[in-house]
Design a protein around this ligand. Structure first.
Ligand code: HEC
Ligand code: HEC
Length: 424
């Protein structure tokens, strides 16, 4: 098993400088929502941030030390490694490696193949959400390891949505590029951003998803996943290792009960803890050090499109610039970067997926960051949109006004906006 990594948990203290700069950059990029597209040019959100933070898809951040590069490579190998049943895969699982879902564009490790997975649940009579753990919910593991002869013969099969479920939704695999920067954003910065949104654009303002940080044993601001339901890359690694692959690990020590049937685990061929934490740490290292997506070519048209983006209120939620706090990786400390997302929850009306995680409501979704969107062919949480235009037109709830403004744009302004989005 691997030695422990030198990348330990990230510090979450926020400096006043970082908060001041995020406010300035955010306000600069976010014109008042009724300003239309005729606003004067806005100070460059296109140029200064992100310098030294992007690389070709799947490559590490520039400016890493040789030790960090070695951690990146070892982490990437583990991320690609296909687990076998005798290593703990299953008994129920979705795929046998992280990379099976997180690959692309092309051969870049850490992106998305567009693999969908299914969640279900039901609404209780008092209106609250029931993830139906007794049926194996809310996440489906759609594959089983098959026939075993452990305490008698038994066959593990993939789970299905039970007839009793009233909520059923799919979620598409997201890209992981640049998420080390998001991990290094202090909780306070997201809280301040939510306050700033409430003050400047209350109709579209987001809220943090408050979730349990298992390692820290306290509630923190979630930021990862379609509902911002996970607070750190480390926790997501352990969560995915268990819930996607069936590999138990220190923070997630209990196998998922196949279709909710915990008695079936009597036949689990590898009941002992499957990963001692070193695998989880390697995934974390890889994702922490994976560079942000490279920007596509910027032209006069994309610059106009950037103004349209701010002018019709897209940037209210798709925040152009965030600033990382302190990180043990010097290359990631105190850096302004451009995810085009605030990682906060917004009520998206009919676009909500009906699932509750952390403090989210059924209709709230995390603003999807738009960096790298030009490489994606299926958009929105369930992949329902096959074009950027279709994705925008499906915005509802707090996103409804921006959708209507988009629909009312002149052809020139619409083309400029789409050119801009296709440069991200
Ligand atoms: C079966 C496909 C599949 C496998 C295997 C898989 N993932 Fe994912 N991954 C997804 C999906 C789907 C999502 C979105 C999940 C959600 O929000 O509910 C996701 C989201 C993530 C995120 C959150 C990124 C963001 O946008 O905030 C991280 C981090 C992640 N996966 C890491 C991993 C790691 C590490 C592994 C291997 C241990 C792994 N994944 C294995 C499908 C997969
Ligand atoms: C109220 C906040 C809000 C506003 C305003 C908003 N969006 Fe979004 N956007 C979201 C959320 C939340 C999602 C994720 C929806 C989901 O879960 O399917 C999203 C998703 C997207 C996606 C799909 C990304 C992906 O990875 O699948 C695109 C493209 C997009 N928005 C573009 C825009 C554009 C362009 C505008 C302006 C016309 C805009 N958005 C306005 C919140 C917003």
């Amino acid at each position: 098993m691997a030695q422990r990594s030198r990348i330990t948990s990230l510090s979450h203290r926020s400096g006043p400088v970082a908060l001041a700069s995020i406010a300035v950059l955010w306000l600069a990029a976010c014109a008042p929502s009724d300003s239309g597209v005729t606003s004067p040019p806005l100070p460059g959100t296109d140029v200064a941030p992100s310098v030294g933070l992007t690389a070709a898809f799947g490559e590490p951040f520039p400016n890493l030390t040789p030790d960090q590069l070695a951690l990146f490579t070892a982490g990437r190998d583990e991320f690609a490694a296909v687990e076998a049943v005798d290593e703990g895969l299953g008994p129920v699982f979705n795929e046998a490696s992280c990379q099976t879902c997180h690959l692309g564009p092309g051969t870049a490790v850490g992106g998305t193949t567009g693999r969908l997975e299914t969640r279900f649940g039901r609404t209780r009579s008092d209106g609250t959400f029931d993830p139906m753990p007794e049926f194996g919910g809310s996440l489906i593991q759609d594959r089983g390891i098959g026939a075993v002869s452990v305490h008698g013969d038994f066959t593990f099969v993939g789970e299905v949505v039970p007839a009793e479920a009233t909520v059923k939704t799919q979620r598409i695999t997201t890209q992981l590029f640049g998420l080390g920067l998001v991990d290094a954003v202090p909780d306070d910065e997201f809280r301040q951003l939510a306050l700033l949104e409430a003050a400047t654009s209350p109709a579209t303002a987001g809220t943090p998803n408050m979730v349990l940080d298992i390692a820290a044993k306290r509630t923190r601001v979630g930021r990862f996943g379609w509902k911002a339901q996970v607070p750190t890359l480390h926790q997501f690694s352990g969560d995915a290792y268990l819930n996607e692959m069936g590999i138990t690990n220190p923070e997630f020590p209990n196998e998922s009960c196949p279709q909710g049937d915990c008695a079936a685990l009597l036949h689990n061929p590898v009941p002992a803890l499957n990963d001692d934490g070193s695998g989880v740490q390697k995934f974390t290292d890889f994702m922490t050090l994976l560079a942000a997506p490279p920007r596509g070519p910027v032209s006069a048209q994309t610059l106009v499109g950037n103004l349209v983006f701010a002018g019709i209120g897209c940037a209210n939620c798709h925040t152009p610039v965030l600033v990382s706090g302190n990180s043990p990786v010097a290359a990631l400390s105190g850096k302004a970067f451009q995810p085009f997302g605030d990682f906060l929850l917004h009520d998206m009306g009919s676009l909500g997926d009906g699932i509750v995680q952390g403090s989210s409501t059924p209709r709230q979704m995390r603003t999807a960051p738009l960096w790298g969107v030009r490489t994606r062919s299926q958009l929105l949480h369930d992949g329902r949109a096959t074009s950027i235009e279709a994705a925008i037109l499906a915005h509802d709830g707090q996103g409804g006004q921006a959708r209507n403004r988009f629909a009312a744009l002149s052809t020139t302004a619409r083309q400029a906006l789409l050119a801009f989005l296709n440069s991200l």
